[in-house]
Design a protein around this ligand. Sequence first.
Ligand SMILES: NC(=O)c1ccc[n+]([C@@H]2O[C@H](COP(=O)([O-])OP(=O)(O)OC[C@H]3O[C@@H](n4cnc5c(N)ncnc54)[C@H](OP(=O)(O)O)[C@@H]3O)[C@@H](O)[C@H]2O)c1
Length: 324
Amino acid sequence: MQAIVCKAWGPPEDLVLESVVLPALQPGQVRIRVRAAGVNFPDVLIVQKKYQQQPALPFTPGNEVAGEVIEVASDVVHLRPGDAVVSFCNLGGFAEEVIAPADATHAMAPGLSFETAAAFTLTYGTSWHALCDRAALKAGETVLVLGASGGVGLAAIEIARAVGARVIAAASSADKLALCREHGADALINYEEEDLREAIKRHTNGRGPDVVFDPVGGKYAEPAFRSIAWRGRYLVVGFANGQIPAVPWNLALLKSASLVGVFWGEFVRREPLAHEAGMASLLGWLSEGRLRPHVSRTYTLAETAQALIDLRDRRATGKLVIVP
Ligand SMILES: NC(=O)c1ccc[n+]([C@@H]2O[C@H](COP(=O)([O-])OP(=O)(O)OC[C@H]3O[C@@H](n4cnc5c(N)ncnc54)[C@H](OP(=O)(O)O)[C@@H]3O)[C@@H](O)[C@H]2O)c1
């Protein structure tokens, strides 16, 4: 079977498509025919040795797939060949087939396409954990979403609206902001053209947002944290900008504000029941049409490197998906 292979640490341009033979199944594993694989920011980082996980070379990246079960190990009871599933395979997803842990593989929600299923759980799960669980967002509060047209950003807009919050979306271009509006944003800020602090003041009558959802980091973090409302919660989701901000701690004191970390993968491992409750809420909102996952582009397996390049170079909106 064909798979994308990272043979040496480096940019996505160095990835190759090769014929690979998968090993026999070990206990607790399942073999899946990949119908769609979601592209996530860690995929861009992991091939460059810039991610917290550094697998042995060579390896196949890709950690979120949807597909059909081909084979299960003899100790796996909750899955059967032919089942449509989503799986967090950790690695190996950018391939025609992947061997995944059975306990990270679950029946696909009914009514979803493989593309949507592969684009849903990680991004919406992260944004739910951040807004609903870590920030305890309430109806009537105001949320500022940075990087709002990206994967977790668009999901955050929709989830905040589903909760009944008001959403200010911040992104770098008019096109990206138009997409945020389509997905429910109430107010828009182009943070490449406008002064972020002034724009936040204008859109909140000087009060500031109750919650800031930040998957970007870098230069936007300090003005956003300075603008937060009394008792605000600042969600540290990611650093797509590449720079981890160093924000003065006195800003937290001045607003009685909280700096709140968000680590979805570890949340799922440590608190599986809370994660399941979150997924149930999300699937409910999805069936009511309140969430509309946006797959902006699909790529063939051979085009995987281009998908990672587009994500790295800030050209993606919503989610990118590989369809082997
Ligand atoms: N904590 C967790 O559990 C968790 C889970 C999932 C993802 N994440 C992290 O969240 C971040 C966003 O993930 P995502 O999947 O939403 O990515 P994404 O779709 O690429 O969105 C990131 C957004 O960041 C903005 N950005 C600003 N500077 C950038 C730069 N130099 N390079 C790339 N993007 C830049 C872009 O919007 P503009 O062009 O509009 O600025 C882009 O839309 C990543 O750091 C990811 O690792 C964390």
